[in-house]
Design a protein around this ligand. Structure first.
Ligand code: WTA
Length: 668
């Protein structure tokens, strides 16, 4: 483990070792829970038989003949020979089973009273119409469609229509910049982009279409003719530029299409979607998920971890569909299970800071799933806000995206969950597709801050650098020791990077390297300790240090940049950048003016998106480097976190840190 993570870990471990609170499952819940303790034993006794049984949750056209083909690791094939249609599984079959009147989504727009309930029967019509429209535009099996949308029902409809045709979607988070969109469109070679005029954000319409126009112009420069159509949903009614060669209104082509569409069946390994995520180099990785295993994994975990009762639960993942959490637990898992979900377009403080709690009260939400950063924000706003609302419908709470600190866990449990609702701290990744480590609500005595144990059918371990399994009470790297159904199959167009990134560190053992530090406590329960690579976690969103550094260096006034994730009370980590300016930028004065710093922050926002905008930029004369030229980020992290700077003996020039610390102090 690198020194920086080892240092942070020992601090974290010291804090955690004081934590001895336990919360048993509520008796009533345990008595009727979907999953009991025996399931762990069954799954352990025969893992593949367990996953074969879980596959019965899904409707197959041709049954599979083999659960797992692992003859060419790390390239897995699950449910070999099986055929199915993902959209049929998420929509049509519930209508056929007589649940057409059940609400699939209670959609809540940000402007108050802008709501829409969509039943499974209505969803089927919409998905079929959109599938017919896309087919008409030439989309078929293996084609790629980019989806760049706000949180509106059409986003889920567009995804389902795409996969219904055997095509792949890549959903690009609406907060990303036009450059980020263009990069993904080029890498994924998408022939259609689905977007909207805009969406509502913090009380006003925020435009999306201009970013698409910019991205298309950029893509045209590099790959003329790649993008054939841009389909635009009218959401806000704001003015948009119109390109007659490409642009089509969704309502013109989809509303006119037939609501009848017979789904074709595809192989279990037909690719379902590509989701880009940050890696430790600047280039985002296109994570490829396929159909059968992904649907089995997400529907099983959604049912098991949230104890889902589709007839009575109202489920809400308060995340954006543009992230894996939205894919697995707003769209595919809940819909495959025939669940009723809430989908909310806006921010938690619009038009008032009680908006989430108001939504829970209005719809009788029973299961809430969100990120620790949101919980910490609500803590800061104060308990008196949620206390004004009736939250008694809630029975289970979930947390995802980053370690949840014990204080936030207990506050969530007590203030939101009336000390009644168990908290499911779910560890997983874009790559894993589904929950991997989590308590189960009817089984586990939860410990605040621990994700506890691998779910049934999943095998996780904590190991040393050399690949020894650590004893209880020790820390190391988290690995997954057996393949699982919804595992990523590869990185789009880059099998080598897929092998290098995840499978080379423990090639001998055949383990998947997750990139997270973890500890097993004295009971063998797992505590996640954060990333061990150059990936930051800001408000539960993965950002790469290198990607932000590249963005900064692309500014003409910047010579060099180093970025670190510094601890932040609300967002978990915050982006802190250290920048060396070019000589030319310094002309006319020694000190960097505030507006230059603002200019650089906005430059990152433009290049990547608002979530990557540095909290802080420090102009420095030098960066600390080893003799081999590697930037020592842990020293910069010390500065960013206002700590005494650690061991500098491996620096090429040990006086550099004095210069940096002095400079930074002078600035404050
Ligand atoms: C972190 C989000 C601690 C972890 C689903 C992982 C967590 C990365 C947890 C994946 C958790 C996610 N406790 N850390 N419960 N959940 N992480 O791909 O570092 O956006 O590797 O997937 O988030 O982020 P991603």
């Amino acid at each position: 483990m690198s020194q920086s993570s080892a240092e942070t870990d020992s601090q974290t471990l010291a804090n955690l070792s004081h934590e001895d609170r336990r919360f048993d499952p509520p008796e009533e819940l345990a008595a009727h829970a979907n999953v009991t303790a025996e399931t762990y034993e069954e799954a352990k006794a025969d893992r593949l038989a367990f996953w074969a049984e879980q596959a019965e949750r899904i409707s197959w056209d041709e049954p599979f003949t083999e659960v797992l083909d692992w003859s060419n690791p790390p390239f897995a094939k699950w449910y070999v020979g099986g055929t199915l249609n993902a959209a049929y599984n998420c929509v049509d079959r519930h209508v056929e089973a007589g649940h057409g009147d059940r609400v699939a989504f209670h959609w809540v727009g940000e402007p108050e009273d802008d709501t829409r309930d969509i039943t499974y029967a209505e969803l089927q019509d919409e998905v079929c119409k959109a599938a017919n429209a896309l087919a008409e535009l030439g989309v078929g099996q293996g084609d790629r469609v980019a989806i760049y949308m706000p949180m509106i029902p059409e986003t889920a409809i567009a995804m389902l229509a795409t996969v219904r045709l055997g095509a792949l979607h890549t959903v690009v988070f609406g907060g990303f910049s036009s450059d980020a969109l263009a990069t993904r469109v080029l890498d994924c070679e998408t022939k259609v982009i689905i977007t909207s005029d805009g969406g509502y954000r913090r009380g006003s319409p925020a435009a999306l279409k201009p970013a698409v126009d910019e991205a298309v112009a950029k893509v045209e420069g590099e790959r003329p003719g790649l993008v054939e159509h841009v389909l635009v949903v009218r959401r806000t009614g704001q003015d948009v530029e119109w390109n007659d060669d490409l642009d089509l209104w969704w309502h013109d082509v989809v509303d006119e299409a037939s609501p009848e569409h017979t789904p074709e069946m595809f192989d279990a390994e037909n690719p379902l979607f590509v989701m880009y995520t940050s890696g430790s180099t600047g280039k985002p990785k296109g994570i490829v998920h396929t159909t059968g295993g992904y649907l089995v994994g997400t529907s099983y975990t959604h049912w098991a971890v949230f104890d889902l009762k589709p007839d009575t639960d109202v489920y809400w993942t308060a995340a954006d569909i543009g992230w894996i959490t939205g894919h697995s637990y707003i769209v595919y898992g809940p819909l495959a299970n025939g669940a009723t979900s809430v989908m909310y377009e806006g921010t938690p403080d619009t038009p008032h800071k009680g908006r989430w709690w108001e939504i829970i009260e209005t719809y009788g939400v029973t299961i809430l799933y969100c990120a620790p950063t949101a919980i910490r924000t609500f803590m800061k706003w104060g308990a008196e806000i949620p206390e004004k609302f009736d939250l008694s419908s809630l029975r289970i709470l979930g947390s995802v995206g980053e370690p949840i600190n014990p204080e936030a866990y207990v506050w969530y449990r007590e203030t939101i969950g009336s000390s009644r609702c168990p908290v499911m701290d779910t560890w997983w990744q874009t790559e894993t597709g589904m929950h991997m480590i989590s308590p189960l609500p009817g089984v586990t005595s939860g410990k605040p801050g621990s994700a506890m144990t691998a779910i049934p059918g999943v095998s996780a371990e904590v190991v040393t650098d050399e690949g020894e399994i650590v004893p209880n009470g020790s820390g190391g790297y988290l690995v997954l020791t057996e393949p699982w159904p919804s595992m990523l199959r590869t990185l789009l167009g880059d099998d080598e990077r897929f092998k290098d990134t995840y499978w080379s560190k423990y090639a001998e053992q055949g383990w998947y390297f997750a990139g997270d530090g973890a500890k097993k406590d004295e009971d063998g329960d797992i505590w996640l300790l954060g990333r061990v690579d150059d990936v930051m976690n800001v408000s539960g969103h993965r950002l790469s240090t290198t990607e932000i550094e590249s963005a900064l260096v692309s500014h003409p006034k910047v010579a060099e940049a180093a970025v670190v994730g510094a601890a932040d009370e609300t967002t978990g980590q915050a982006v802190c950048a250290f920048v060396i300016l070019r000589e030319s930028a310094l002309e006319g004065g020694e000190e960097a003016p505030d507006d230059l710093i603002e200019e650089l922050r906005n430059h990152v926002r433009k290049e990547i998106g608002a979530i990557a905008k540095p909290r802080q930029i420090m102009i420095v004369p030098e960066l600390p480097k080893t003799r081999s030229g590697k930037i020592m980020r842990r020293l910069l992290k010390d500065v960013a976190e206002n700590r005494e700077v650690g061991d500098v003996t491996t620096l090429a020039d040990s006086t550099v840190m004095d210069l940096i610390s002095e400079g930074v102090k002078g600035e404050k």
